[in-house]
Write a protein that binds this ligand. Structure first.
Ligand code: IVH
Length: 699
């Protein structure tokens, strides 16, 4: 390859990676590889400047703006940081700083390099008025509404905000009338795990890692969905014109005092040795933090010195990032086992010769799916590399082929379910193999119970921790509907010892005894009884229909109001429900058409579960609508469905459950159900809009 070809090739590749990372939230290569390629390109461009392309990634900050959000210009450009990977490179940085400052004394502030999404927030007179992404560094996306969902980010700061800042102000001063704070938006690891557990539970593909999950969430159009994921943000810079602080340290202290979430992990370091000590200290400590970190950021403390050092085309000369090499270890892959989830997805789990990694002993690693095994080309008895990245579960990142011997055996991905021997199937476009024996496969059955009893479903959590397994083993329950037939006599005295598992084959030899004493039995029976009062939306979620998570259950319950409406809902009506796409509609439609499922639903009805949304008792406002009957379809600009029903009832009207000759008015909203409209037309029932209805109420 000629140097020109090399430059073209690297430019295209890096631009592609940048696009994947910033636009699609996908990291196709690790940071280390990306930075090495970028360095190679920069070096080639230095040697052959005539071949440098105008779109070279070496001269600009990665990322562009998306079309969906309004574009905003940053008052101060959002730059990126140079990277270093070794003490030697760090010493070079320190030498450049010393030289640049002509022998003046200087100090550093070290912070962790948080692995999330760079955000910039503008405050005017103490009020958060704008939040934006970095975009291309000059312009970003205005995602104010999404940023407002971050609970730790003050929407307004106290202490009589609004003073005029001066260079001499102390950290205790009031904030200036206009300023920006910048920081890293992230999805806490625990929240990431929670979301993935939930997604696994309803059969949604898992989010790859916390960073991508955070970036994808910030780009969602519906901020109500954003709010459900508890995003967080650590602030690390303060910008105003004129400056109000003299050092970065002062700005961190003041931000903290003003109520911003500043990670306490920062430290002032007198020299580069102290910086090295900080780096060493956090190399493993960082794994105890609530978010992923991939290095540290070293910043010259004094602002006047920062100014003196200045900037290159894309990053400051007064700061640098030190990236930790991913914590890796090599060990032997002993075996692979296969776990079957609630929706039948089969996940391979690698069992490793125990190895110490970032302070913990690793025995298992995720292999994700069959594609991943193929991509890695890994075999049993191979020496594999294991890494701990942003995720909690370590992963296998490669095979040490130089150590492969004849003992290496291919991994035979099972053709049949490891639990029930049913032939596995693969759905188009999905990476996982599935066991289709939804009703008979033991782990799927067990998981269906666990789904049913969870707090957000029927809330019978006293049945957890192996008790369900025992009930199933003893043949007392086969379907969750059987729970409602259990009696004291069935349960009292049941006992069984189970090997301790932790999600893999027994390695410890320990046993766990599950025992039903009188107190336990009372708790369980009481919880089962109490579950009959759980609202309809919980019942709907508890059914365990694929893709129907909490939010979808809420939408369906809102729209249909009762199980009967849902049981008979045509596919096109289901697909019309707000936030219910064709995939969910199809899944729900098929579920409710299955005779066994219908029988299951009838048993739950007979047990006394809530099959309709509760209608609130409302205070009477007038009798304007007395003697008139109403039904509505679709969604409305000024009313939720509940409010609409309340208004009808409070003004003497009556709500009907379907279109009939008795209906006086069908109120039509956005996305009306076609069957209701059709029928109303046939029966000549007057159809009115939201405005006409409001007018009937007297405006
Ligand atoms: S300071 C001009 N401090 O790293 C310097 N950045 O490559 C501006 N980051 O886009 C950044 N933790 O998203 C700074 N403690 C920290 C950081 C941090 C993470 C990210 C940030 C920025 C990227 C720079």
């Amino acid at each position: 390859m000629t140097p020109q070809d090399q430059i073209n090739d690297l430019t295209d590749r890096l631009n592609y990676y940048n696009h994947q990372y910033y636009q699609n939230s996908v990291s196709e290569v690790d940071d280390f590889t990306f930075d090495r390629l970028l360095q190679q390109l920069a070096e080639l461009e230095r040697q052959y400047p005539e071949f440098r392309r105008p779109d070279t990634p070496t001269q600009r900050v990665g990322g562009t703006i998306s079309k969906e959000f309004p574009t905003v210009y940053h008052r101060f450009p959002m730059l990126s940081l140079g990277n270093t990977y070794s003490e030697a490179e760090l010493t070079e940085f320190d030498n450049r700083v010393r030289k640049g400052l002509n022998g003046q004394p200087y100090e550093y502030v070290c912070e962790l390099k948080f692995d999330g999404v760079a955000l910039s927030m503008t405050y005017e007179n103490g009020v958060l008025v704008q939040g934006a992404t970095r975009g291309d560094g000059v312009r970003g996306d205005d995602i104010t509404n999404n940023i407002r969902t971050i609970r730790t980010l003050p929407l307004r700061i106290g202490r009589g905000a609004g003073g005029q800042g001066h260079g001499t102000d102390s950290p205790n001063s009031v904030p200036p009338a206009l300023f920006e704070v910048r920081g890293e938006g992230f999805l806490p690891l625990a929240e990431f795990e929670r979301i993935n557990k939930e997604r696994e539970d309803i059969g949604e593909p898992l989010l790859a890692n916390p960073r991508n999950a955070a970036s994808g969430t910030f780009k969602q159009q519906d901020s109500a969905m954003v709010a459900k994921r508890r995003l967080d943000c650590y602030l690390y810079s303060f910008l105003s014109e004129p400056e109000v602080f003299q050092t970065h340290e002062e700005s961190l202290i003041a931000m903290k005092q003003w109520g911003f979430n500043v990670s306490p992990s920062w430290r002032k370091c007198a020299d580069i040795q102290a910086v090295m000590a900080y780096i060493n200290e956090w190399e493993t400590k960082r794994f105890d933090l609530p978010l992923g970190t991939d290095g540290i950021v070293i910043k010259v403390n004094r602002y006047d010195q920062q100014r003196e050092l200045g900037y290159t085309a894309k990053s400051p000369r007064w700061a640098i990032a030190f990236k930790y090499k991913a914590m890796a270890a090599s060990t032997t892959l002993n075996s692979v086992s296969y776990q079957v989830g609630r929706t039948g997805a089969v996940t391979p789990v690698a069992h490793l010769k125990p190895v110490l990694l970032a302070g913990t002993v690793v025995k298992r690693a995720s292999l994700h799916n069959a594609n991943e095994i193929q991509r890695l080309g890994v075999m049993i008895n191979d020496t594999v590399f294991v890494e701990k990245g942003g995720e909690i579960i370590p992963k296998i990142t490669g095979v040490d082929l130089s150590k492969r011997t004849e003992a290496s055996q291919p991994i035979n991905y099972p053709a049949e379910c490891p639990a029930c021997n049913t032939p596995l199937i693969r759905k188009e476009g999905e990476a996982h193999f599935y066991c289709p024996n939804e009703k008979g496969c033991p782990p799927q059955r067990q998981a269906r119970f666990e789904h049913f009893i969870q707090r957000r479903a029927m809330n019978i959590e006293s049945l957890g921790e192996g008790k369900i397994q025992l009930l199933i083993d003893r043949g007392l329950v086969q379907s969750p509907a059987d729970l409602y037939d259990l009696t004291n006599a069935n349960l009292l005295g049941l006992e069984k010892a189970y090997p301790e598992r932790e999600g893999g084959p027994d390695e410890t030899g320990k046993v766990r005894v599950v025992k039903f004493g009188q107190k336990t039995v009372d708790n369980i029976l009481n919880a089962i009884e109490a579950s009959k009062g759980q609202p309809f939306v919980n019942v709907l979620f508890a059914l365990g229909i694929r893709y129907v998570g909490n939010t979808t259950a809420e939408r369906l319950a809102d729209y249909f109001g009762s199980m009967d409406e849902l049981l008979n809902a045509p596919l096109d009506v289901l697909a019309n429900v707000p936030d219910v796409g064709p995939r969910i509609a199809q899944s729900a439609f098929e579920w409710f058409r299955d005779p066994e499922n219908r029988e299951y639903v009838e048993r739950l009805r007979a047990a006394g579960l809530q099959f309709a949304s509760e209608r609130k008792v409302v205070a009477q406002e007038s009798d304007t609508l007395a003697g008139k009957t109403f039904l509505y379809t679709g969604t409305f600009a000024n009313f939720t469905r509940e409010e609409l029903e309340e208004r009808i009832a409070a003004n003497g009207g009556k709500l009907l459950s379907g279109v009939s000759k008795k209906l006086n008015y069908l109120i039509i909203g956005e996305n009306p159900g076609p069957s209701k409209v059709d029928k109303a037309q046939k029966l000549n029932v007057p159809m009115i809009g939201e405005d006409e209805f409001t007018a009937m109420l007297g405006g």
